[in-house]
Design a protein around this ligand. Structure first.
Ligand code: RNT
Length: 417
């Protein structure tokens, strides 16, 4: 696309936004700073390098599009390539099962910082910061219950795992001079109706408290709530109410995963309450289709509403943004691009809202005016602003990245089998 045309379109857009009180240059500066956590498991369907086994823990990928990353080098290569196509600085997000185990079997209660040293070095060389996750699934001891298991030997195994993961995340955070965000999600739940729901929740809270005892400044933990998992439909120990209360009382970060709610709920509605009681939010942006299907994130109403709600609450700086979907039915690298760009577009649209004017209308009880301006804001030329953002960052503008993905498929991923 011609640079002059993009610049011209931006100049027009800038004027139109200025007329409703929005400074597009300032908005672009903000968007530039907004890092997005890139879930490494998008490259290989959440397999990792521990045992190359089927995924468990109530989550699932479907599809077998060719080109899955099969080893650590391929995962890194894919992320490096993605980085060349997306504006801004983004953060590879690793799960423990993606350690550099050097061909050895390293069980989860044995993992150490050294298994992630090559990731830390790689991130530094590529000017990226890392985020991290403990891994409760895809292990013979995963079962229905991990940190909430009444069997002390199983529970202690997972407590040890999670404590070690915190030390790894701490090392990452210190090496990158910026806290590593470590997500704790355990799939714990039950297929059928348990009669001691409270008991497992009490055990989970006690395990988490024990895990969090060690003071580590390089890591910030967040806790991911969930509605249900496949095969764990009747009960989830770490439900939304559980983690809302846990994070509120422990002053910890809450992970809001957009696929983890009832299909008709609008996740954005939880933002304002959470912001009152927890210090920060981690967002796992995904797209549920009928269930927690982890389809690729797109610019839909749910995602837009989520970011609008954060911006309207002046709280975008209290949210860490991450992606969490895994679709094995389409080009996986392309899926990264679609989801990341959609997330950026939603953040941009939220930042471009004429917030001051809308608030003024609301405070004056001018509800027609509020509705009208919100409607008009939807068809403002935000696309011209997004194109300019990409142009300035020297990454493909608009659909141009499709060809880049096709080329990478031809040269790289199609050669994997
Ligand atoms: C599952 C959670 C969880 C996983 C990853 C792989 O529903 O969202 O975060 O997707 O940890």
């Amino acid at each position: 696309m011609k640079a002059e045309l993009i610049e011209k379109a931006y100049a027009v857009a800038k004027d139109r936004y200025a007329a409703i009180g929005v400074d597009t240059d300032a908005v672009l500066e903000q968007l530039q700073k907004q890092q997005i956590s890139l879930h490494c498991w998008q490259t290989d369907d959440v397999v990792g390098f521990e045992r190359n086994d089927a995924l468990s823990g109530g989550i699932q990928t479907t599809g077998n599009y060719p080109g899955r990353a099969r080893n650590i080098d391929e995962v890194r290569k894919d992320i490096e390539f993605v980085k060349t196509l997306i504006a801004g600085d983004h953060r590879p997000n690793l799960h423990e099962i993606y350690g550099d185990f050097g061909g050895q079997f390293v069980d989860r209660d044995q993992v150490e910082v050294k298994h992630f040293q090559s990731w830390i070095d790689w991130a530094k060389e590529n000017n990226m910061k890392l985020d991290f996750n403990s891994t409760s699934f895809s292990h013979p001891k995963s079962g229905e219950l991990t940190l909430s298991n009444p069997d002390k030997s199983i529970r202690d195994f997972w407590i040890e795992h999670t404590k070690r993961c915190r030390r790894i995340a701490d090392a990452m955070g210190k090496a990158q001079n910026d806290p590593c965000i470590m997500n704790i999600w355990v799939h714990d739940g039950a297929k059928d109706m348990p009669v001691q729901r409270k008991k497992y929740r009490e055990i989970l809270a006690a395990s988490l408290d024990e895990i969090m005892e060690e003071k580590l400044d390089g890591v910030k933990n967040c806790f991911e709530a969930k509605l249900f998992g496949i095969g764990l439909e009747s009960y989830t120990v770490g439900s939304h109410d559980f983690y809302t209360a846990y994070c509120a009382t422990r002053k910890q970060m809450f992970t809001l995963a957009t696929g983890h709610y009832e299909p008709t709920e609008n996740v954005s509605d939880f933002v304002s309450t959470l912001l009152m009681y927890v210090p920060e939010l981690m967002l796992h942006v995904s797209r549920p289709v009928r269930w927690d299907s982890d389809h690729v994130t797109i610019m839909n109403d749910q995602t837009l509403d989520l970011f609008k709600e954060l911006v309207r609450a002046d709280a975008l700086n209290r949210a860490h943004v991450g992606l969490d979907y895994f679709d094995a039915s389409i080009n996986r690298i392309g899926a990264y691009l679609v989801g990341t760009r959609a997330t950026q577009k939603c953040i941009l649209q939220a930042l471009l809202e004429p917030k001051a004017k809308l608030r003024e209308y609301e405070d004056n009880g001018q509800n027609f005016e509020r509705l009208a301006l919100m409607e008009e804001a939807k068809s403002m030329p935000f696309g011209a602003v997004f194109d300019y953002f990409n142009l300035k960052n020297n990454v493909p503008v608009g659909e141009e990245y499709i060809a880049a993905i096709q080329q990478y498929e031809k040269d790289v991923t199609s050669k994997r089998n």
